[in-house]
Design a protein around this ligand. Structure first.
Ligand SMILES: [Zn+2]
Length: 515
């Protein structure tokens, strides 16, 4: 709030200066000519996944299409225009294919170079990207951006709270801000904090100090939701910390646990102009996070798939929303596993819906057969045949989504009283309309199986109750038993008796490096 008020004043000054006859204020003229740009890449990659993110998995917005994205309309509220470059986003998954990454990076850099010279750059990142054959891919992207814009340009960045930071990222950025909520309901506010900070620093000719404390703790998002303790109280103190004079941003990141990388840790990061205060706050957040490490627990009841199904059947309420957490595509899961279908059949469950299983061959077979047809189907294991086994069923096609392109296709089939949503490509089912658009009323079912970890608010609202099945997959929540790491630094809970004291690192571009 405080900074917003400052900024408003600064922006008004800049605006007023435009109205003055030219030549009356040298600094105002400089302010008029600020050149800003924005872009980035956002994907979360499980290094335990066998699938690869290819170009067709990315939504790439560039140029005017990116400028017109309603999400970034906030960038039009500043006195200086933010020029669009390229933003590539994808559903979380496996590592990015090297060639795809290099192609996206080359175009991004080409677009940046066409806009030079730049005074400021806003990078909209996720922070948990992994590229084939490359450690610290986000650091690679950010340092390439730095090289392109040069030393004088200020770079700000926004990150997902599940991003992992590195020395390379910190050394090439001037400032950053991360989401403060999980489930993420503050994407816009975070983008606003990151861009406000950039404009504020440019207006006042500030080169901020960036202080980072990496914390050797790794938790899945499902054990660190900000709806529950201890995350609730840890993150709740950030706005007050941020409001102190000398602090431009206070961020705390959980990091990404399904990445076997040295940078995979939690982080406390402070941006501002008072290095002593920033260091104090970073150390305080890091110590508190460390002290709370054994408190991180799942926010909802968890059990095996079979036990969750038995429990759901015994409950008098509905719909019981059962999270198939190990195959959650929004966490990096493959989304093609049919384990939940096999378990529901095993338990002779009626009145259940599974949304959804990514299976292009089965989806295509349904479209070929048409609504009303009954056909034999093999469901599951098509994207990662080594990861899971398909289930052989006889299915009746009950709904086919009219779709403009093959990847958009979705079919609803009935298998022994269970409704199964088959999708041509990996996708989450996070909104009620994801169901209603397929003719399904989610509250009418006894059991609603979703491939998710923690539930997003819209589905959480109807869950009566939510049970989380700790299932197998590329984002298995049983993190203590993940395959042995090769690159990860010693961290809790992988090293249960780890001893650690917080420390801080100062970004290489910060004016006062020696603290
Ligand atoms: Zn996240």
């Amino acid at each position: 709030m405080r900074r917003r008020t400052f900024l408003k004043g600064a922006a008004t000054t800049a605006l007023m200066s435009r109205l003055r006859p030219s030549g009356t204020a040298g600094t105002s003229r400089a302010a008029q000519t600020k050149r800003l740009a924005f872009g980035g890449i956002q994907i979360e990659c499980s290094t335990y996944s066998r699938i690869r993110a290819r170009m067709e998995d990315f939504t790439v917005r560039r140029g005017q299409e990116l400028a017109d994205d309603p999400f970034f309309s906030l960038l039009k509220t500043y006195p200086y225009p933010f020029q669009p470059t390229l933003l590539a986003t994808a559903v979380p998954g496996g590592p990015v294919e090297r060639h795809t990454y290099e192609e996206l990076k080359a175009e991004f850099l080409h677009r940046i170079k066409a806009l030079l010279p730049l005074d400021g750059l806003y990078l909209a990142m996720h922070g948990a990207m992994y590229v084939e054959g490359m450690q610290d891919a986000d650091g690679d992207w950010i340092s390439a951006a730095r090289e392109a814009v040069g030393r004088d340009c200020l770079i700000t960045a926004s990150f997902d709270l599940h991003g992992s930071l590195s020395r390379r990222e910190i050394d090439n950025l001037d400032m950053l801000s991360a989401f403060r909520t999980a489930p993420h309901i503050d994407r816009q506010e975070t983008a606003r904090r990151a861009s406000d900070m950039l404009v504020h620093c440019l207006d006042r000719q500030i080169r901020p100090t960036l202080i980072w404390s990496p914390i050797p703790v790794l938790m899945p998002g499902e054990r660190s939701s900000t709806l529950y303790e201890p995350a609730k109280r840890l993150w709740a103190q950030l706005p007050a910390m941020n409001a102190a004079p000398g602090v431009l941003d206070a961020s705390l990141l959980v990091g990404y646990v399904w990445a076997d990388e040295p940078r995979a840790t939690a982080s406390a990061v402070l941006t501002g102009t008072d290095p002593d205060l920033l260091r104090h706050d970073a150390l305080s957040l890091a110590q508190q996070y460390w002290d709370a490490r054994k408190e991180f627990k799942f926010g909802v009841p968890t059990d095996t798939l079979d036990a969750c199904i038995e429990r759901a059947q015994a409950l008098p309420t509905k719909p019981v929303v059962l999270s198939d957490s190990g195959d959650n595509p929004t966490g990096g899961g493959t989304g093609d596993r049919a384990d939940a279908l096999a378990a529901l059949l095993r338990h002779h469950v009626q009145d259940a819906v599974i949304a959804g299983i990514a299976d292009r061959p089965a989806t295509e077979a349904c479209y070929r057969a048409g609504v009303g047809a009954t056909l034999p189907l093999k469901i599951g294991g098509t994207l990662d045949p080594q990861g899971s086994r398909p289930v052989d069923v006889t299915a009746k096609v009950v709904f086919l989504l009219p779709a403009d392109s093959l990847p958009e296709r979705q079919a609803v089939v009935e298998v022994s009283g269970i409704s199964v949503v088959l999708t041509a490509r990996r996708r989450p089912f996070h909104e009620i309309r994801d169901f209603t658009s397929l003719g399904l009323e989610p509250t009418s079912f006894k059991i609603l199986v979703v491939k998710a970890g923690y539930l997003v608010p819209e589905i959480a609202k109807i869950a009566n109750p939510n049970l989380m099945a700790l299932t197998d997959g590329a984002v298995n929540e049983d993190i203590e038993h993940l395959p042995k790491s090769r690159y990860r630094v010693p961290s809790y809970p992988f090293v249960p008796d780890l001893e650690w004291k917080p420390f801080t690192l100062v970004g290489a571009r910060s004016p006062q490096r020696a603290l």
